[in-house]
Design a protein around this ligand. Structure first.
Ligand SMILES: C[S@@+](CC[C@H](N)C(=O)[O-])C[C@H]1O[C@@H](n2cnc3c(N)ncnc32)[C@H](O)[C@@H]1O
Length: 288
């Protein structure tokens, strides 16, 4: 791949999706984009980049951006965040909303990939109905990639995907075996509304969220983009909202819009919220 093409692609991907590529990722570009070029009947990467540059085929440009995303996900990823959701965050949010006369809790899975994250959230709520204290709830799941979002909506997983991270009793309870695959139960599917969304775009139309999961996507952005996205996310949240980041992500040194919640790794609240002493973990009953 020509140096100038690689540089063009780096700049293009950063502008369109936030993804930052370094030179040692040339192999990644080749392994992801050569199949796209082949599928489109293009001779090689040079020709592919030429078409992307010309912007004459918007579908191809979209396909290139989506091909460069990393969609790895699994059910109950890292376990602890979902324990925190159940034992620390939901009780606080539910009590606050009930006391404030609100009728609904809104949760956003902000880069949901193939759906394991929002379905895990749905399972936690369904397994622990007392968490909602009679309140209604809404789970919104978004992703840049419409291809991966289609998979999420379909809720159909291979044996490997379905078993990865999933307690067997929940697999049996919430999935139906379809040939060699596992289909998520409609009772969970209907709890989630899926929609395409680029985190670099305007978030206002989404409304406000009490709880935001933005896990394992900011790692692909540079510090400036991370800070900018977190700042805009903050504006979609009430002062007492909670943010969940991935295990390799933090707000520290990136954004002053959020502060850590002591004792709850990867959980943040808005920096202008009262001290998060209100978060008193309850004993962790079985979430799974
Ligand atoms: C590694 S997955 C994380 C999935 C899930 N949150 C988890 O932790 O398991 C990262 C997801 O971020 C999405 N993504 C990348 N850039 C994005 C952007 N600018 N806006 C929205 N989603 C983006 C990708 O399409 C991919 O599905």
């Amino acid at each position: 791949m020509k140096k100038e093409d690689f540089e063009f692609l780096c700049a293009y991907l950063k502008t369109e999706s936030g993804l930052v590529l370094t030179e040692e990722k040339t192999y990644l570009v080749e392994s992801r984009l050569v199949p796209v070029a082949r599928k489109r009947g293009l001779a090689d990467l040079d020709e592919l980049i030429g078409v992307v540059r010309s912007k004459r085929d918007p579908d191809l440009n979209k396909e290139v951006i989506e091909a460069m995303t990393t969609n790895e996900s699994f059910f109950f990823r890292d376990v602890k965040p979902f324990e925190s959701l159940k034992s620390a965050v939901m009780p606080v949010i539910s009590s606050a909303r009930k006391a404030g006369g609100a009728s609904k809790i809104r949760i956003w899975s902000a880069a949901c990939s193939s759906g394991q994250e929002p379905y895990t959230i749905a399972m936690v709520l369904k397994e622990n109905p007392e968490l909602l204290q009679g309140l209604d709830f809404e789970i919104v799941a978004t992703d840049l990639s419409t291809e991966i979002l289609d998979k999420a909506k379909e809720g159909l997983y291979t044996q490997f995907e379905a078993q990865r991270g999933m307690p067997i009793e929940l697999l049996v309870k919430y999935f139906e075996q379809v040939g060699e695959q596992w289909k998520i139960d409609e009772s969970l599917r209907s709890m989630i509304s899926f929609q395409p969304l680029n985190l670099l775009s305007n978030l206002n139309a989404l409304g406000r969220f009490d709880i935001v999961f933005c896990r394992n996507v900011l790692i692909y952005f540079d510090a400036e983009t991370k800070g900018e996205v977190l700042g805009r996310m903050r504006r979609q949240m009430p002062e007492d909202g909670f943010l969940f980041l991935g295990g390799a992500e933090t707000v520290v040194g990136v954004s002053d819009a959020f502060k850590t919640v002591p004792g709850e790794r990867g959980v943040y609240t808005c920096s202008d919220a009262p001290a998060p002493a209100a978060v008193i973990p309850t004993p962790i009953a079985k979430i799974a």
